[in-house]
Design a protein around this ligand. Structure first.
Ligand code: SF4
Length: 435
């Protein structure tokens, strides 16, 4: 529900034992870069279904005193943030002061949140109508039936076993669960190695770091046969089918390009259906070209920024540079394919004036098809500290940034998920609210 709220939501705090309370002496505010600031009333919406709340140990929430109008800390407990569900993009981070010795926060997004009249509110926008990862859409009985059937149908397939036991039943990966329900986007991890060293890598964190990766990285190289065996039936039978290489439980799929190329060639011998996509760091344009030759339909290149000097300190690339990821996007467009960026949104950084100018240039230079406005799953202080950003500069506001980009590039699509072939080739909005 979006509305100009009758009043500003109140700040939340936790007792450190998982119990959360509102403090009606303080209004909740948001964070952009290193700054705490008021959130416009029209930006608060009720916390969408599937959202959850986090208590932030070693951190005191910042709010506006209801009486004095001054900003001050909430000393009653730890700060609280919202983890917002897929399809929504956060406009402001949670605002807090980090106390000395506070632990680094795990790899989730920390969006502002408040409480008013019996409801949690958070400043986010729904950026995608596609319902493929709506929490309410998952039926556990159907998922378990699907897992059982797939393991029976493909008894010797290590990848199906990995997707079943690890991705679906352990990590509860939305894409893996959709595969076992026989619908939409099917994940195909393939690479145990990576040629980048992202600070916030979700599949590998160095021993010396005091946070853990949210998934373990794949520990084998699947064969072409293992990939083709379950992806062809998925493309032939699933509604709005997509096969997506490059998942959170692996390294960089382009390091496995020969196997992926051979799999695409084999898949297309059996079916023309659906879209074959790769989620990647875009590091190897020549490999991307070979995949396009084989029949790749779309690419999604992940990035924390359209600026080289912000990208490289985060990705810490081995043997590639920022310009390579731009070239990979261009190549897919030159083959008529769909090119998206998986844009890690960080209020204060993503909407800085400098980033806006760089993003405009990236869109023009690459002929980009789509921006997937993803929430950056990382401890904000840790991230800015690690990439050496002490001043994020003037910020436009995420909403303002989105409307400026939409106005200048009317054909550029906004979303959160890789589009199915039906979307790529035709009617984009109306058909797929219920894809
Ligand atoms: S590109 Fe992906 S797998 Fe590689 S380090 Fe970055 S997040 Fe991890």
């Amino acid at each position: 529900m979006s509305s100009s709220l009758p009043d500003n939501p109140y700040i939340l705090y936790s007792d450190g034992k998982g119990n959360i309370f509102e403090d009606t002496s303080l209004y909740a505010v948001g964070r952009s870069g290193w700054d705490a600031l008021p959130v416009p009333a029209e930006d608060w919406i009720a916390l969408p279904s599937g959202g959850s709340l986090y208590e932030l140990p070693g951190r005191r929430g910042i709010g506006i005193d209801v009486e004095t109008g001054q900003m001050r800390l909430c000393e009653k407990g730890w700060a609280v943030a919202a983890f917002i569900p897929p399809a929504y993009t956060g406009l402001y981070l949670a605002a807090y002061e980090t106390l000395p010795d506070a632990p680094t926060l795990p790899l989730f997004c920390y969006t502002a949140v408040g409480w008013l009249e019996g409801q949690f509110y958070t400043p986010v926008v729904r950026i995608e109508q596609d319902i493929r990862q709506e929490a309410a859409g998952y039926d556990n009985d159907l998922i378990h039936q699907g897992v059982g059937a797939a393991l029976q149908a493909f008894p010797h397939n290590r990848l199906v076993k990995h997707l079943a036991e690890k991705c679906c039943l352990t990590y509860h990966c939305p894409a893996a669960r959709n595969f076992f329900i026989g619908r939409w986007e099917c994940p195909v991890p393939s690479s145990p190695a990576c040629n980048a060293n992202c600070i916030g890598c979700i599949s590998f964190q160095p021993e010396e770091e005091n946070i853990v990766s949210t998934q373990d990285r794949l520990d084998f190289r699947p064969t072409k046969e293992e990939i083709v065996e379950f992806t062809v039936p998925h493309l032939q039978t699933a509604p709005f089918p997509i096969v997506s290489f490059g998942q959170g439980c692996e390294g960089e799929p382009l390091l496995m390009w020969e196997t992926i190329r051979n799999a695409i060639v084999e898949i297309r011998k059996h079916t023309p259906n659906g879209s074959i996509n790769i989620n990647t760091n875009g590091s190897r344009p020549a490999a991307v070209k070979a995949l396009c030759e084989a029949g790749l339909n779309s690419i999604r290149v992940s990035t924390n920024s359209a600026r080289k000097h912000v990208y490289e300190p985060y990705y810490r690339p081995n043997n590639y540079v920022f310009e390579d990821i731009l070239e990979s996007l261009r190549i897919v467009r030159s083959y008529g394919g769909w090119a998206s960026i998986n844009y890690f949104v960080f209020p204060g950084m993503t909407d800085s004036v400098e980033e806006y100018e760089a993003l405009r240039k990236l869109i023009i230079d690459t002929g980009l098809s789509m921006i997937q406005w993803r929430n950056f799953n990382i401890d904000p202080d840790w991230y800015l500290g690690k990439i050496g950003i002490h001043d994020t500069g003037e910020a436009l506001g995420i909403k303002q940034l989105m409307s400026l980009i939409r106005e200048e590039f009317p054909n550029l699509k906004f979303g959160y998920f890789n589009p199915p072939a039906e979307r790529i080739s035709g009617s984009y909005e109306e058909d797929f609210a219920h894809s």
